[in-house]
Design a protein around this ligand. Sequence first.
Ligand SMILES: C[S@@+](CC[C@H](N)C(=O)[O-])C[C@H]1O[C@@H](n2cnc3c(N)ncnc32)[C@H](O)[C@@H]1O
Length: 271
Amino acid sequence: MAQAQTSAGLNDLTKEAYREKTTKINPEAQSLLESYSKIAPDKVAQHFLPCTMGHMPYTKLLKTSPTGGFLDAGYAGCCFAQEFRFLANQSLPHSRLSGCDLERVFIDLGYRLFLDEGTQGAKFVTGNLAVPDESTYQSGPLTQEQSGKMMAVFASSLFHMWDFENQLLVAKRMVAMCEDRPGVMITGRQLGSYLGGHYPMTGMRKDGDKFKHYWHNEQTIRGFWHEIGEATGTQGTVEAATYMAEKMEQTKNAPFAEPNTCMIWWCATRI
Ligand SMILES: C[S@@+](CC[C@H](N)C(=O)[O-])C[C@H]1O[C@@H](n2cnc3c(N)ncnc32)[C@H](O)[C@@H]1O
């Protein structure tokens, strides 16, 4: 995918590479789209996006905590909330599932992908997790709808967009969305760097070279959650691991990539 960045600019070679990628469907995605969305096996490729469903630790937690809610933060976007639908398909009541995103259009596209508008009772909230003004955030829909209700929050491909300060801001808000009790889990995965630190956002947003995002390694993500604990008066354990994923191949030549780019998975659990 090195030759073109937007669908408008796709050349034939890139289209071919995309077609090849999108016809390789992992078995979990195939199974979810067949059993949850009732899509015929031969039509699944038209709905397919890459999935890593059910690999995160909250699945077990939610099954053993019958009242706790689950929030998929940064709910839609690239993969249109596949984790969320995975949990619904695992018989977790829809009423316990919430999604939030900056853009309503992604939420609507998620419905179109999974063909489940009108068949699920989950709550979707549109709002800005990183709005700088605290009183705007406090009076906004994310606080009003979700404060103190979640047993688990999942933030996938979300935190890597922000610098360290903004990550702190959002993580503190996620703590406030959670129930005030041990076992609560905030977890995520995102682009990281074996050499944790701030890097320019070249090519990731307009004027990206003027902005920085913070990419974590295993030590810095632990330090990050230590700071959150200090700021929120909470204590917890942090599991984290860096890894290379197949999708890294697709981004290794991206303008924002650097030699130490990796993926990082992390899970902060309250004790
Ligand atoms: C890269 S996508 C990740 C989508 C999905 N979680 C996944 O892993 O495939 C990032 C998502 O976060 C949303 N987002 C970006 N900034 C946000 C903000 N400030 N508040 C809430 N959502 C935000 C975007 O609209 C987008 O849907």
